[in-house]
Design a protein around this ligand. Structure first.
Ligand SMILES: Nc1ncnc2c1ncn2[C@@H]1O[C@H](COP(=O)(O)OP(=O)(O)OP(=O)(O)O)[C@@H](O)[C@H]1O
Ligand SMILES: [Mg+2]
Length: 413
């Protein structure tokens, strides 16, 4: 960014005060001095399921509180913003948070000295049918990086909604556009196939699209209702009070994830939903189903708390640079489970998934059926066979084939 550009945008050199709002309503003040301090300014609304004390006592924390840091960009996106602004500003967590404004995932918005102009939308169809020789993703990044308020390691941008005019006017939701780098060729195809398999199995993921040139995977944002009301969003690093460091999302177990869901939602239905997601991830061979890839959502008054739709599902076993373990522990280990282990997972403290065997069988059949009729699965060589063998490994009754999986290094290390 040039000096004049940064002046034109009136970007401050640092941010130490942010007014935090739930939707449009002020909830408190976040400051950064010797520590990060969140001072609620009203008692009726809370900013996090983990910060619901009565009264107006503040919350001090050395590192930025998990509810605020959970959506800060990691990896590629964080480096991109930091490099762009390095000469003009101290791009720390507070700064990145302030940049989110009201575009962040979830119900919170952040007001500070940073005032960015309204973003112009790009029509979904233009992304899907893009065919010019110069790649589109760098252009999207250039346009939206200042508002790039998404966690996760892979390159991605959030693009605001636009009106798409066909025979009738259709309101397009905000979307997230992801691409891939050389390490994970056609990750776009991979994610599209896994998410569509989830849809075939009835897990109701958000709408997804694959661009014609295969360079972009697009997913609709699910953090507001059809009527446009923003929903609270907390991933399981926040809910389980983990620090926001890159390793924390890989610590913990799927048993603990189910327990936490039971505690926060008090709903057997939500626990069962999560159980289905976990079984699906195991069957499809996703070794990256870590704590930030599951979340709870809720209405502003926190009366209705529910599991988010499934997202960020890929068949990681096809990539040589990723190890063949799961992201979190199950039955004290990170090896992919067999059916017996999944059945034991269904019998937890305080919950029991009564139709676990049926769930496993239906999801396994659903994935196999989906693969048979999917055109997109053919686009990545070996994907279909690799997913089929993953399903077979989980459903085969300990036939000694689990040893086939070699140990490799963890994703993104
Ligand atoms: N459809 C969606 N609606 C709203 N928020 C979403 C959606 N998809 C992803 N997110 C948010 O964006 C973050 C990053 O997305 P995603 O997990 O797909 O990226 P990633 O870079 O592949 O992640 P990872 O580092 O786990 O591989 C998620 O943690 C979640 O907070
Ligand atoms: Mg993710």
């Amino acid at each position: 960014m040039s000096n004049t550009e940064s002046k034109k945008l009136e970007l401050p050199s640092q941010v130490s005060n942010i007014t935090v709002c739930v939707g449009d309503i002020e909830a408190g003040l976040l400051t950064h001095g010797s520590a990060h301090h969140f001072q609620p300014t009203q008692e009726a609304l809370h900013v996090s399921l983990t910060m619901t004390r009565k009264g107006l006592d503040g919350y001090s924390s050395g590192a930025l509180h998990p509810i605020f840091s959970q959506n800060l960009p990691e990896g590629f996106n964080r480096r991109f913003i930091a490099e762009k602004l390095a000469r003009y500003a101290k791009v720390d967590d507070m700064y990145l948070l302030a940049l989110q404004g009201d575009q962040g995932i979830g119900a919170l918005s952040y007001q500070s000295d940073i005032c960015l102009p309204e973003l112009e939308p790009v029509a979904l169809d233009d992304i899907l049918s893009y065919s010019s020789a110069s790649p589109l993703f760098p252009q999207l990044l250039e346009k939206y990086y200042l508002r790039n308020s998404l966690a996760g390691v892979q390159p991605k941008v959030s693009v605001p909604h636009s009106e798409v005019t066909t025979e009738r006017t259709v309101e397009q939701r905000d979307i997230i556009v992801k691409t891939f780098d050389a390490e994970f060729p056609l990750l776009t195809v991979n994610e599209f196939v896994c998410m569509e398999a989830a849809r075939w199995c009835g897990l109701e993921p958000p709408k997804t699209y694959l661009s014609k040139n295969l360079e972009h995977y697009v997913v609709e944002r699910f953090d507001s209702t059809d009527a446009g009301v923003r929903l609270g969003y907390e991933d399981f690093t926040t809910l389980m009070k983990k620090p926001n460091d890159p390793d924390a999302k890989y610590s913990g177990s799927y048993e603990a994830l189910l327990q936490a869901t039971l505690i926060y939602t008090r709903s057997q239905i939500e626990v069962e939903k999560l159980y289905s997601y976990l079984v699906f991830n195991c069957l499809i061979g996703n070794g990256d189903a870590h704590l930030k890839n599951f979340a709870l959502q809720y209405t502003a008054n926190m009366n209705d708390i529910f599991l988010s739709p499934p997202f960020d599902i890929t068949h990681t076993l096809i990539y040589d640079t990723i190890d063949n373990k799961m992201a979190l522990k199950l039955a004290n280990g990170k090896a992919f489970p067999d059916t017996a282990t999944l059945l034991r997972l269904a019998e937890g403290k305080g919950y029991r998934i009564r139709n676990a065997r049926e769930i496993i069988e239906q999801l396994a059949d659903g994935i196999m059926e989906y693969l048979k009729q999917s055109n997109e699965v053919q686009l990545l060589q070996g994907l279909r066979e690799s997913i089929e063998s993953s399903v077979a490994q989980v459903t085969a009754k300990s036939m000694g084939i689990t040893k086939l999986r070699r140990d490799r290094r963890k994703k993104y290390e």
